[in-house]
Design a protein around this ligand. Structure first.
Ligand SMILES: C[S@@+](CC[C@H](N)C(=O)[O-])C[C@H]1O[C@@H](n2cnc3c(N)ncnc32)[C@H](O)[C@@H]1O
Length: 352
């Protein structure tokens, strides 16, 4: 049986990053922002980015546009049973230990192994031995320490993936108030990046709901002003709670404004973001037929020339028609993303 060679000093870790499908380019861009120590693969399956990474693992915990990050360890073994052998088992524990050391003691209480045949005798024993060696209990699929075991892509050997955080990175600590239709934190961060954020931005989040976009914009960097508006008082209350949890109260201005009649001067906003009512959980298609045209015209009025407007909607045909009818908006791109089985688009517009 081949032996695991010791990791040469300075050899990069193999990392796997999961994104919402459709956001790979934005996540690659964020990874490149980590500097030359991060070398994302050019290609990969949808929603998956392999990375050779020579930097501090801890820095990966700060990624904001990705859902989950895994540390990958390859084992040149024909069957998972070999992982129970002394040398390989020590390598399994070393990977787990590397991840646990990134977090305060007690951050991980349970473990979960995801694998084909996870309930087989061999994998049940592997879980039990990892539990005994780490002091973690074998838990359910929301276990803190998430391990995945799979055959290597080239068919030779097996790979163990250890999730780098007790929860997916897209689970935000600021989300203390949730609402039906609230936007995934990583998608919100990606949308905020698409507005080309700058420190002197006057940023407007239309229909802010629980404030996902507003918060994620300010977590990227400062803005001169950051407005959130919603016609629903309960949404504004929820937004207020989350903004306080993110410690951003002093930097956000929340208003009960109707997006179709904004009390803002013309050309007074530098960037606009909105997760529009899709007509599924929030609003209806009939309402959208009258809301969207007025909202797009009003957004064009308040946007200064060159301003980016980034809108998420499942009303693809309606949006395409309305954008084509409005010469004031130029369409940069329309990204089709996977949002829990729905496939809305992120429309990136620029005010002409
Ligand atoms: C899909 S939700 C936004 C969810 C939000 N991104 C979040 O993460 O919680 C759409 C929001 O638009 C608001 N809305 C609908 N019509 C509006 C209007 N005319 N003016 C302002 N807000 C509006 C709704 O109250 C709702 O909160």
């Amino acid at each position: 049986m081949a032996k695991i060679p010791p990791r040469p000093v300075g050899r990069p870790h193999r990392i796997e990053v999961m994104t919402a499908e459709g956001l790979e380019l934005i996540a690659r861009d964020e990874l490149r922002g980590l500097g030359p120590s991060a070398r994302p693969d050019r290609d990969g399956p949808p929603g998956v980015i392999g990375v050779d990474y020579a930097g501090e693992l801890r820095a990966l915990l700060g990624l904001r546009t990705v859902q989950t990050v895994y540390l990958v360890r390859a084992f040149p073994v024909p069957r998972p049973k070999a992982l129970l052998g002394d040398e390989y088992f020590r390598a399994v524990l070393a990977s787990i230990d590397k991840v646990r050391r990134l977090h305060p003691p007690g951050a991980f209480a349970s473990l979960f192994l995801s694998a084909a045949g996870a309930e087989s005798t061999v994998l049940t024993r592997l879980k039990a031995e990892i539990a005994a060696a780490t002091g973690l209990r074998v838990g359910t699929d929301d276990g803190d320490l998430l391990l995945r075991l799979r055959r290597a892509a080239d068919g030779v050997g097996w790979e163990l993936l250890v999730r780098l955080s007790p929860r997916p990175l897209a689970t935000r600590p600021w989300r203390v108030c949730n609402r039906e239709g609230a936007l995934n934190g990583a998608v919100a961060s990606a949308m905020a990046r698409l507005t080309a954020p700058a420190p002197d931005d006057r940023f407007l989040n239309i229909g802010c709901g629980s404030a996902s976009l507003l918060i994620e914009r300010l977590l990227i960097g400062p803005a001169r002003r950051a407005f959130g508006c919603d016609i629903d008082p309960a949404a504004l209350e929820c937004a207020r709670t989350n903004i306080a949890a993110a410690d951003l109260t002093a930097r956000c201005e929340l208003h009960p404004w109707d997006a179709t009649r904004l009390p803002l001067h013309s050309a007074s906003v530098d960037a606009i973001c909105a997760d529009l009512p899709f007509g599924h959980l929030v609003g209806s298609h009939a309402e959208n037929l009258s809301l969207y045209p007025t909202l797009l015209s009003e957004a064009a009025r308040v946007a200064r020339p060159g301003a980016h407007c980034v809108l998420l909607s499942h009303e693809v045909r309606l949006m395409e028609r309305l954008i084509a009818e409005r010469p004031e908006w130029g369409l940069h791109s329309a990204l089709r993303i996977d949002l829990g089985g729905l496939h809305p688009r992120i429309f990136v517009l620029e005010r002409r």
